[in-house]
Structure formats: structure tokens, C-alpha cells
Design a protein around this ligand. Structure first.
Ligand SMILES: Nc1ncnc2c1ncn2[C@@H]1O[C@H](COP(=O)(O)OP(=O)(O)OP(=O)(O)O)[C@@H](O)[C@H]1O
Length: 260
């Protein structure tokens, strides 16, 4: 029986070394409540992608424990949606088919859903990302930013329990990025998967996360965790103008100046 304290993602004393024995991710422990969203920032090489890969089951080995609602995160009950840095799209399939395949793999029984209903859902997610017109195109004919949007639409389309995003907006210009941050948070509010969102962008970390996990260089110190509930509770369009947003920026910059 899972107790309340087991609700969500629990990371217990996780650390990862690749084959050369060097630590890629220093020891970290963290609880991310179910339906919560935390952002992760950190200098290059601090282990952000390694953290997501360990949770996604893409690493052969790690030390420590990864649980979702009290069971291994790799248990079949936990459906993980991953947006990797390289988008992970199948080049020989159209945009629409990339999403359709992911939906069928994620839910082989289709929950009673016919092909027409699946197509409707695919178009819904493509429209929500502003790329419905790309449904019939192949990934390699798309820009990096368009491929990122397809990867995000695909991750939402499988209705994951756990959503892992590795710098999903890095290839977008500032204006498109701001628009998609709003769309992302709207989609997440409609389908609040438990979410870890890695970004290089301090502003984005403050705009999207209930807490901000600040990874430190060198794999020796555990991350600093900054509560961001006040900014998170604001209307998205008003966050940037708020004093609390400005204060959070200063807090994070201080950690960066002192520890990065
Ligand atoms: N396959 C691998 N084999 C050996 N070492 C690796 C491998 N992948 C990553 N590393 C090392 O692990 C450490 C953490 O890498 P990781 O990609 O997780 O960092 P990151 O914080 O995501 O960096 P970035 O912001 O540049 O994407 C780095 O020192 C990296 O060189």
C-alpha cells in the first residue's frame, strides 16, 4: 500500500557513473509530488541529462532508488514521456506517424480508441503546438524548433504519468519560446503529468517550476532547491513583471556567481 508520503517521484541517493568510473551525477535525493512540476538548471556537465536518462530507464546502471508512487519508476504502471535533447523522432515516419506510433506503443490496447479518434487527438496536440500544417512532413525536412515542437506534442499525446523534458525550447527564438511556455503551461494544467523540465534559461526555470533544482558543478555537492510557489501561483502573463520573479532571479544569480 502506498502511503501519502510515497505519492509522486522519489529520488533516493541517486548517483550515476559511466563506464570510465567518473561520476556523471553526484548523489541527489528529492521528492517531486504527483502532478507537480519542477524545473532543473545547472552548468554544462552537471548531470541534468543523466538525471533524466536514469529516470527514463535509458541507462544500464545507476546507484540509488527511483520510485513513483512507492514502486520502481520503471514499473509498467508508470508511463514516461521523454523529450530528449536530440528530439528522438523517427526520420522515416511523418510527423503524424511519429506521434501515432508513440501513442500505440504507450497504450497498445488503445483504451478502445479507433484510428479516427487517434488522428483527431494527434491533430489536437499538433494544433496546440501551432504545427498542424506539418502533419504530413518528415522530421528531417523541419527546422530544429519545429522538430522540438513535434517532440513535445508527442510527449503530451501519450498522456504520460511522468513527463521528462531536456531543454525542449532551446532551438526556438525568444518570441516563439515565450508563446510556447504559455502553451506548455496551459497543456500541463489540462493534463498535469508529474514533470521534470531541464532548461539552461534562468527565466524559464522561474516561469515554469513550482520548485527550481539548481545543480552544482563537480558532482560533489547536492543540488540547491529553491521554492518557487509564489511565482508559480501567479497568472502566467503577469509573472515576469512581479517583484517576486525579480527576487528569484537575484537568488539564482547569487548561487550561479558563488558556485558555478
Ligand atoms: N555516455 C557517456 N559516457 C561517459 N560520460 C558521459 C556520458 N554521457 C555524459 N557523460 C558525462 O557525464 C557528465 C554529465 O553529463 P550530462 O550530459 O548529464 O550533463 P548536462 O548537465 O546535461 O550537460 P549539458 O547542459 O551540456 O547538456 C559530463 O561530465 C559528461 O561528460
Amino acid at each position: 500500500m502506498s502511503s501519502l508520503k510515497n505519492n509522486g517521484l522519489r529520488i533516493n541517493q541517486l548517483h550515476v557513473a559511466y563506464q570510465n568510473g567518473q561520476l556523471a551525477l553526484g548523489e541527489m535525493s528529492l521528492t517531486l509530488p504527483e502532478h507537480g512540476i519542477y524545473t532543473v538548471i545547472g552548468p554544462s556537465g552537471s548531470g541534468k541529462s543523466t538525471l533524466l536518462r536514469a529516470i527514463a530507464g535509458l541507462l544500464p546502471g545507476y546507484e540509488g532508488e527511483l520510485l513513483f508512487n512507492g514502486r520502481s519508476v520503471h514499473d509498467k504502471d508508470t508511463l514516461i514521456g521523454l523529450v530528449p535533447q536530440n528530439y528522438g523522432l523517427l526520420p522515416w515516419k511523418t510527423v503524424k506517424d511519429n506521434i501515432g506510433i508513440a501513442m500505440r506503443i504507450a497504450r497498445p490496447d488503445g483504451a478502445g480508441r479507433g484510428r479516427r479518434e487517434q488522428d483527431r487527438q494527434i491533430m489536437h496536440w499538433l494544433e496546440s503546438m501551432g504545427i498542424a500544417q506539418l502533419a504530413g512532413r518528415f522530421p528531417l525536412s523541419l527546422s530544429g524548433g519545429q522538430q522540438q515542437r513535434v517532440a513535445i506534442a508527442r510527449a503530451f499525446a501519450i498522456l504520460p504519468t511522468l513527463l521528462l523534458l531536456d531543454e525542449p525550447f532551446s532551438a526556438l527564438d525568444a518570441i516563439t519560446r515565450e508563446g510556447l511556455q504559455q502553451i506548455f503551461i496551459d497543456n500541463w494544467q489540462a493534463h498535469p503529468a508529474t514533470t521534470l523540465f531541464v532548461t539552461h534559461d534562468v527565466e524559464e526555470a522561474i516561469l515554469l517550476g513550482q520548485k527550481i533544482i539548481i545543480m552544482l558543478p563537480g558532482q560533489q555537492e547536492p543540488p540547491e532547491i529553491l521554492d518557487n510557489a509564489t511565482v508559480f501561483a501567479m497568472k502566467h502573463s503577469q509573472k515576469r513583471e512581479s517583484d517576486e520573479y525579480f527576487e528569484q532571479t537575484k537568488r539564482i544569480r547569487k548561487v550561479m556567481m558563488e558556485k558555478w
